[in-house]
Ligand binder design. Structure first.
Ligand SMILES: [Zn+2]
Length: 392
């Protein structure tokens, strides 16, 4: 029987346990086509223990498959928008009115995810047909978050009752190894205060994963601070009953007790250090979508501030409407480009794998000796690091 061993060197080698190893090595053994992982760790140790293994270059990283912690699969056929956040929202509404959202787009989205090697996703779901398909048929794992959009406090009771009923029906469709049901109040300003509080308590009491877009655009910060600005102009009568708290969007959520449900916070771009501290203390994971943030002129995510305070960061692609692909590896590559030397390569990989599983409340894979080679993916993207630091 032919037995071949190889030592694959990567800028980052990660088996899902502990900290990713920089300039690490994966040792693989191929016994007549049956390829197994022998080791993930330090290069010196690999060379000492398997001196005869054939050295190979594996590029940027080898790790368990990265997680796409935030997507809108039902927007997969939407044309890509590179413009202000408010222009994007108008385009999403128009795309939906033209019948572009829904099951067929979500199916294409899942196919794109699988082609990119992603098995685990956090998806925001806006219609019941797509939700039922995701829970019972789609060949992906993760969380399908039911989206709630109800800015008028007068609608709070009715929307709450309706949401409870829908979630009950969706949960009955959950199957082991498939997607779980979650809850996604859209943003802190498009769900009224009483409803937001009730939804957060509901999620907490029922152990429902929750995800909310927050601190995405500069206009969101202005709206919460003063009640004015481009978002107010965009939403018009929808925000007729919105009263600004005068707080940052993150502090507003903290003030309402919403962070007690430990929601996963999507974007978290427009934050200050106090916000980051609040997020870390709450134990919420933040999903970083750098390409969407750049396309919609939302600013640069303060990666170094989250790192300084030890907050957990995951990666998401957001929708195809604001991102050129659903490939989370490309998202990480874009993040490295935006943050330059401020983002450590090992931390980027950790976030894409472990951070993603934490965001969705799932168990990350841990590679042990003898596991099949498929347990680790060799990243396709090149990640250029230590570029000159430049803000977008
Ligand atoms: Zn989103």
């Amino acid at each position: 029987m032919s037995l071949q061993r190889s030592r694959l060197t990567a800028r980052v080698a990660y088996g899902g346990l502990g900290r990713p190893v920089e300039h690490g090595v994966v040792v693989m053994q191929d016994a007549a086509g049956d390829e197994r992982i022998l080791f993930v760790g330090e290069a010196d140790e690999a060379e000492r223990r398997w001196p005869d293994a054939v050295p190979k270059d594996a590029g940027f990283a080898m790790s368990p498959p990265p997680v796409n912690a935030h997507a809108h699969l039902d927007l997969t056929t939407m044309p890509f928008v590179e413009d202000a956040y408010e222009t994007f929202i108008r385009a999403v509404i128009a795309h939906g009115r033209n019948g572009g959202r829904g099951l067929e787009a979500a199916k294409r989205g899942v196919a794109e995810l699988r082609a990119a090697g992603t098995h685990t996703v956090g998806d925001i779901v806006a219609d019941e047909v797509t939700m039922r398909w995701l829970l019972s048929e789609a060949d992906v794992q993760g969380v399908a978050y039911w989206e709630v959009f109800a800015p008028d406090p007068a609608d709070a009771d009715r929307t709450f009752e309706d949401t409870v009923e829908k979630l009950r029906a969706f949960r009955a469709l959950e199957r082991p190894g498939k997607m779980r049901v979650g809850l996604a109040p859209h943003t802190p300003h498009t769900v009224s205060t009483p409803l937001l509080q009730r939804l957060a308590r509901l999620a907490q009491a029922n152990d429902l994963p929750m995800q909310i877009h927050v601190a995405e655009s500069p206009s969101e910060v202005t709206l919460h601070a003063t009640g004015d600005g481009p978002l107010r102009a965009l939403m018009g009568p929808l925000l007729a009953n919105f009263t600004p708290s005068g707080l940052s969007p993150v502090q507003y959520l903290a003030d309402l007790g919403v962070l007690e449900a430990r929601p996963t916070l999507v974007h978290g771009v427009q934050v200050d250090e106090a916000d980051v501290r609040t997020i870390q203390r709450a134990g919420s994971v933040v999903v970083h979508c750098p390409r969407s943030n750049a396309a919609l002129q939302c600013g640069r995510f303060p990666w170094e501030l989250y790192a300084k305070h030890g907050a957990t960061v995951a990666f998401g692609t957001d929708s195809r409407g604001s991102s050129p692909s659903l490939d989370v590896q490309e998202e990480v590559s874009a993040a490295a480009g935006q943050h330059g030397a401020r983002a450590n390569p090992a931390a980027l990989v950790w976030s894409a794998v472990k951070g993603g599983h934490r965001a969705l409340g799932s168990t990350p894979p841990r590679i042990v000796r003898g596991d099949p080679a498929e347990g680790l993916v060799t990243w396709r993207v090149q990640v250029h690091e230590a570029r000159p630091v430049s803000d977008i």
